[in-house]
Ligand binder design. Structure first.
Ligand SMILES: [Zn+2]
Length: 172
């Protein structure tokens, strides 16, 4: 496994529609494992989509348990060809993205979702999700369609904020 470099906005791959995976084989599982390692390499990261690491394929990995503990989520979730088949409710959350490291934005998402796709063994799975995990799923599925959270904020002037600059971030 290897942690991969994350592409930054405005890289072209981040704006393209990713392709469906035709066959879940060892090559795909290797990509999934590298995405998992990439996610865990960044302490605040709760999800990675394949195009963020240079593969325009419909794959995401999510683990919100590192942020909110084991309650009300599925821990590590790796999904291939995910499709949102149900969305319900509304919630505005401040989102960030490894590909847009300097900004956070207020984004309106569904509160609960059901996503269907394949697991890394190639079996169909269906996941009912809520809270931060449901938001992460919607954020990652957007990535697979070439959509970033900055395209979801209703006002670039009031809903997009610069991340606080900490002493560590200051470069001379
Ligand atoms: Zn993102």
């Amino acid at each position: 496994m290897a942690s991969l470099p994350v592409l930054k906005y405005p890289h072209q791959i981040l704006r393209t529609m990713s392709e469906s995976v035709l066959k879940v084989d060892d090559g795909i599982r290797r990509i999934v494992n590298d995405m998992i390692e990439t996610m865990y390499a960044s302490p605040s990261c709760v999800g990675v989509a394949a195009p963020q690491v240079g593969y325009p394929l419909r794959i995401f990995v999510i683990d919100v348990s590192r942020k909110i503990g084991p309650k009300k989520n599925h821990g590590l979730l790796a999904m291939i060809n995910p499709v949102l088949i149900y969305a319900e409710g509304e919630k505005i959350t401040k989102e960030g993205c490894l590909s847009i490291p300097d900004f956070l934005g207020n984004v309106k998402r569904a509160r609960n979702v059901i996503v269907r796709g394949l697991n890394p063994e190639g079996n169909e799975v269906e996941v009912l999700s809520q809270g931060l995990e449901a938001i992460a799923i919607q954020h990652e599925v957007d990535h697979l369609n070439g959509v970033l959270f900055i395209h979801r904020v209703s006002s670039l002037s009031s809903d997009l904020v610069r991340r606080k600059i900490t002493y560590k971030d200051i470069k001379t």
